[in-house]
Design a protein around this ligand. Structure first.
Ligand code: AMP
Ligand code: ZN
Length: 664
């Protein structure tokens, strides 16, 4: 087999496994085997760039960065849908239809997926372009981001029309959404409010590698084009499935409005069992010929109608408002409710978000309130039933002092939340911070769990994470449920954590807004904790992707005497507070201060390696050419417009060999 054939066969194989895994939900090989094959393909592609393919399954991991999304005019306009809320609305609609066309009408009923709409263009079976709905007439080209979504086929299966657009919805299933939020909370960031906004925000991220990390899915519902080879909407869904798209199986054919209503009734309750969010049903005239006769109004097709589910609501009594203190000191007011059934679960608590929210709705203890489970995962209170307000009711006065440590709360300009500023003396903050420190993505201390941390703090054995390193066997043995063996495990876990690399230690410190990625960036840039501690705001924001908010938080952290003292202790205990010699050996300042653009395909190194070389040697990789660009490293197949732009701006264009010579 030639190299080219080998690459082709790996691509075909990986495509098939992707399809089995993501579309059919029925993998036939292990994740490990898949990863090995993918690695083999990536290595071959790096070595033989002449066989580059923009739709190779290896490109699913992303990496392309887009600064400004290109505007693209839709070939077929993306309309909105008219809404209906009752049987009467649907019967009226049917009457209007029957006035315009003769003969029987049947309907395809589909679920209305709640996400961000997208239009995908395929040509000769290859994904050519992905464009957001925008204003319906034109949208943004987000192809690089969409390619990272595994349920979007890059190459189609079986028979397909030569060229067509297919419409669908990008959704973020609950499971992935919750996982993302857990990680955000762990990093001290505000959780995302709902899957829909998070999905549509994801499409406009500049770094496609970030999009690749999000568990997005693409559900398809409509094909537009010429010579498509089907004559009804229902057939078109089956056709889309055969081409390899993900089309939910719920769709049903109905021959009357009564059957449509049956579908609606069924899904109004069963939608809660689906892994993603839906907000209604879309009913479409099934026959495409009839659709054409009906046409469009200025805003929506006459042949389709959305039926919106009512967000489920119940009313119940608000017994008490309590306040939770998070690891970062953020205060969250919580409504403790008289338990009530809502959308299949028993609801006892609802988040009240912040003081403004309580004031806006004038929510008081003892009120009868309406609770709704809409887009948000956590139920929310949407209104108060004033007719049931008790006579002696008094307006809620938001707490002024921390419920845990009685310190006066602060609320900074622009912050929605109040904070307890008693960073080193407030129990939930102390415990939360140490729990974060030992967590898997931070110091990953084996043998020590969150509950033990709370026990240690409450027993007065530790007050900061630095104190973990002075714990003795005698200290921990008396703790509840602590056997000799677990004590030893705990201590050896703590000892082992001294080898955890600097960037993870930096993340573990729990500096507000310094999540995993930011910690990596800072570690790489500053190399030692001392250098980071000395950095000024101006210096910090000059680091790629570090903004004011992060910079100020870092400064605040290191300006605290207590924190500096803790860091000194960590140093004494031998934690990694600088990059290791090995990491440093690969880093130089040979290209310090330069801004370099990379374009095209390379021979001796892959694009990713090239970018890493640039960064490791002190320069910045930039995605677009400007007057600030120092070099354009040009590989094979570089776009002519990039070259022209570099020439006009007088940017030096160098080859891969020239670049490597700069380093040697
Ligand atoms: P609206 O934004 O409320 O006018 O509703 C129109 C949007 O519903 C479309 O742009 C699609 O993004 C979305 N949608 C979700 N599921 C479907 C479906 N099965 N058929 C058509 N549109 C759908
Ligand atoms: Zn406090």
């Amino acid at each position: 087999m030639s190299i080219e054939q080998k690459i082709q066969s790996l691509r075909d194989e990986l495509r098939e496994h992707n399809y089995n895994y993501y579309i059919l939900d029925n993998p036939t090989i292990s994740d490990y085997e898949f990863d090995m094959k993918l690695k083999e393909l990536q290595d071959l592609e790096a070595k033989y760039p002449e066989f580059y393919d923009a739709n190779s399954p290896s490109l699913r991991v992303g990496g392309e960065v887009t600064k400004n999304f290109k505007t693209v005019v839709h070939e077929h306009r993306m309309y909105s849908l008219d809404n209906s809320y009752s049987k009467e609305d649907l019967l009226d609609w049917e009457k209007r239809i029957k006035k315009m066309i003769d003969g029987d009408v049947s309907y395809t009923c589909e679920l209305k997926y709640d996400g961000a709409s997208i239009s995908l263009t395929y040509e000769n079976g290859q994904l050519l372009r992905a464009v957001t709905r925008g204003d319906g007439t034109q949208g943004d080209d987000v192809t690089a981001n969409i390619k990272t979504i595994k349920t979007v086929p890059l190459q189609l299966k079986g028979d397909f029309p030569q060229k067509f657009d297919i419409r669908g919805e990008i959704v973020l299933p609950f499971e992935g959404f919750n996982k993302m939020n857990e990680e955000r909370v762990e990093a001290g960031e505000e959780p995302y409010r709902n899957p829909r906004n998070t999905a549509s925000g994801s499409l406009k991220l500049q770094d496609s590698a970030e999009v690749a990390k999000r568990p997005l899915e693409c559900l398809l519902y409509s094909i537009k084009g010429r010579k498509l080879g089907f004559s009804t909407q229902f057939e078109s869904l089956e056709k889309a499935r055969q081409m390899g798209f993900k089309v939910p199986e719920a769709a049903k054919l109905a021959t009357s409005v009564d059957e449509v209503l049956e579908f609606i009734r069924y899904w109004d309750t069963h939608r809660h069992d689906l892994p993603y969010e839906t907000d209604g049903v879309v009913v479409k005239v099934n026959n495409l010929q009839q659709q054409e006769e009906l046409g469009y109004t200025a805003k929506a097709p006459r042949w389709a109608m959305a039926y919106k589910f009512k967000a489920e609501q119940v009313s119940t009594r608000l017994n008490e408002i309590t306040y939770q203190v998070g690891r970062t000191g953020a205060i969250t007011p919580v409504a403790n409710l008289e338990p009530v059934e809502l959308a299949g679960t028993t609801v006892k608590r609802a988040s009240l978000h912040n003081a403004d929210q309580i004031e806006k709705l004038d929510i008081r203890e003892g009120d009868e309130v309406y609770v709704e489970k809409g887009g948000e995962i956590i139920p929310k209170i949407i209104a108060v039933d004033l007719s049931k307000r008790p006579a002696h009711s008094v307006p809620t006065i938001y707490i002024t002092h921390c419920p845990e440590c009685q310190t006066k709360l602060v609320r900074q300009e622009g912050d929605a939340k109040h904070y307890c500023p008693n960073y080193n003396g407030c129990n939930p903050q102390i415990i939360g911070r140490i729990q974060h420190f030992i967590s898997r993505k931070a110091m990953d201390i084996d043998g020590l769990g969150g509950e033990t941390v709370a026990l240690l703090v409450n027993a007065g054995l530790i007050t900061t994470y630095a104190d973990l390193y002075t714990l003795t066997r005698e200290d921990v043995l008396p703790l509840e449920r602590m056997a000799e063996k677990s004590a030893d495990n705990l201590l050896s876990g703590i000892e082992a954590s001294k080898q955890i690399p600097f960037e993870r230690v930096l993340f573990a410190l729990g500096i507000r807004y310094v999540g995993e990625t930011v910690a990596k960036k800072l570690a790489k840039h500053y190399k030692t904790i001392d250098a980071l501690a000395e950095a000024s705001v101006e210096d910090l924001i000059s680091v790629d992707e570090i903004g004011d908010r992060i910079a100020e938080s870092v400064i605040e952290f290191f300006s605290s005497e207590a924190n500096r003292h803790i860091i000194d202790k960590l140093k004494t205990h031998g934690l990694q507070l600088e990059l290791s010699a090995e990491t440093l050996a690969n880093q130089t300042e040979k290209l310090k201060g330069l801004s370099i653009v990379v374009s095209g395909v390379f021979e001796t190194v892959s694009r990713t390696e090239l970018k890493k070389l640039i960064e490791d040697n002190g320069a910045k990789v930039s995605s677009s050419i400007s007057s600030k660009t120092n070099y354009l490293v040009a590989g094979a197949n570089m776009g002519p417009s990039k070259r022209a732009k570099a020439e006009t701006l007088g940017v030096s264009i160098i080859s891969e060999t020239d670049f490597l010579n700069l380093l040697s």
